[in-house]
Design a protein around this ligand. Structure first.
Ligand code: SF4
Length: 342
C-alpha cells in the first residue's frame, strides 16, 4: 500500500466539544457538536487585533481560547484520522476550520484540507478566515473547500473600526471586508459564503438588521453570535447583549433570510430598537412556534454548542430544537420588549 504523505501542518487546535466527539479527550457533553471545529495552531498570537478575541495580538487572554470555548492542541495526523472515522460513522457532518491571521495561513489551510481529503474525510469543509486575495480564494476552492466565511463581526463601519479596524490597531477595513465577501460569492457561489455578525458590540438593532439585509441581498449567509466578554481581552468589561435584544435580532434575521420581511418593512423606536417585524401576526407566531429562529445559525450542520453561553444557560443560540417550555420563555422575552403580543 502506498504510504500517505504526512500533513505539513504538524499541529492543530480542536474545540474541546469536537475533541470529545472525536475521542481525543474524555468528557461529558450536554449537546454534541454536529460539525467538528478546528483552529489553526500558531506559536504566539494572531497578527490582527480584534478587541473581543483572546487570540488578538494585544490580548492577555488564554491562547487556547476562542469565545468561551477551549481549544486544546493535537497532532494534525491524529485529528484527521479520528475525523475520518467520525465522518464515516456520521458523528460529524461537516468540518469547520477557523483561521488566525498570519503570513502562511493559506498554505496551512490548503495542507489541512489536503490531509482531510487524503484520509477520506468525506464531509464538506467550511473555512472562516480573514479577507483573502482572489487567487487565494480560488486556491482554497480548488483544494476542495465547500464554504467560506469572512467575518464582519460588526454591523456598522463605525463599530467595525472600533473593534477590528484602525481604532483597534487592527489590519481590517470595513469596505475591504465587504468587498472580499462579494469576491468570495463570485468564486464560491451564492449559497456558499457566510459571515459572522456579533450582537452586542455597540451597534443599534437597526444597524444589525440593516447589515443582515445587506448580506441576504448579496447572497451572503449571516450567522449570528452574541458578544461574550473574555478575560484578558480589551472588551472584557463589556456586557453581553440582553436576551430580549438578541431574540428580536434572531427573529428578524430568520424572517429576512426566509424572504418573509425586509429591513424597509421593519419599524424601530427612537433608540433603534425593533418594534415591528413587518409581517402578519400569523407569520410571526408560526416563526416563533417553530423554534428555528432561536437555533444556531450558520453553515448547514453547524450547531456550535455553548459557544456564547454556559450549558446551564441562558442560551443565546440553541444547539437543538428548543423544547415547548423554552418557546414559552422566548415569547416572554420577546413580549418584554415590543408593543406586539406573541
Ligand atoms: S457558521 Fe459555523 S461552520 Fe460556518 S464558518 Fe461559522 S462556525 Fe464554521
Amino acid at each position: 500500500m502506498m504510504k500517505r504523505p504526512r500533513c505539513s501542518v504538524e499541529k492543530v487546535r480542536v474545540s474541546s466539544g469536537s475533541a470529545t466527539v472525536l475521542g481525543l479527550i474524555e468528557g461529558f457533553l450536554n449537546a454534541k457538536p454536529t460539525t467538528a471545529y478546528l483552529l489553526t495552531y500558531l506559536e504566539g498570537k494572531c497578527t490582527a487585533n480584534c478587541r473581543f478575541c483572546s487570540q488578538a495580538k494585544d490580548s492577555e487572554g488564554r491562547a487556547d481560547m476562542l469565545s468561551r470555548v477551549s481549544w486544546p492542541v493535537f497532532q494534525t495526523e491524529d485529528v484527521v484520522s479520528k475525523l475520518a472515522v467520525a465522518a464515516q460513522k456520521k458523528r460529524i457532518m461537516r468540518v469547520c476550520i477557523q483561521a488566525l491571521n498570519y503570513p502562511r495561513v493559506v498554505e496551512d489551510l490548503c495542507a489541512i484540507v489536503g490531509a482531510l481529503k487524503s484520509h477520506g474525510v468525506g464531509v464538506p469543509v467550511s473555512i472562516s478566515c480573514q479577507p483573502l486575495k482572489r487567487e487565494e480564494l480560488e486556491k482554497l476552492a480548488e483544494t476542495g473547500v465547500e464554504r467560506i466565511g469572512i467575518p464582519l463581526d460588526a454591523a456598522s463601519k463605525d463599530v467595525f473600526n472600533q473593534v477590528k479596524g484602525s481604532f483597534a490597531d487592527g489590519p481590517y477595513d470595513w469596505d475591504a471586508q465587504r468587498f472580499a465577501l462579494l469576491e468570495a460569492v463570485k468564486i464560491f457561489g451564492g449559497s456558499h459564503v457566510s459571515t459572522h455578525l456579533m450582537v452586542g458590540l455597540g451597534e443599534t438593532e437597526k444597524e444589525m438588521v440593516q447589515a443582515i439585509q445587506w448580506c441576504v441581498d448579496n447572497h451572503i449567509y449571516p450567522a449570528l453570535f452574541a458578544f461574550t466578554p473574555i478575560p484578558g481581552t480589551a472588551l472584557e468589561q463589556q456586557s453581553s447583549p440582553t436576551l430580549n435584544c438578541y431574540r428580536r435580532i434572531q427573529l428578524a434575521r430568520y424572517l429576512i433570510v426566509k424572504g418573509q420581511t425586509r429591513f424597509e418593512k421593519l419599524q424601530f423606536n427612537e433608540y433603534g430598537c425593533l418594534i415591528d417585524f413587518g409581517v402578519h401576526d400569523e407569520t410571526l407566531s408560526r416563526a416563533i412556534l417553530s423554534g428555528q429562529p432561536f437555533q444556531t445559525s450558520g453553515c448547514p450542520e453547524c450547531n456550535r454548542p455553548y459557544y456564547n453561553e454556559k450549558p446551564s444557560g441562558p442560551l443565546y443560540n440553541f444547539p437543538f430544537q428548543p423544547a415547548p417550555e423554552k418557546i414559552k420563555e422566548i415569547k416572554k422575552q420577546l413580549n418584554q420588549t415590543t408593543s406586539r403580543r406573541f
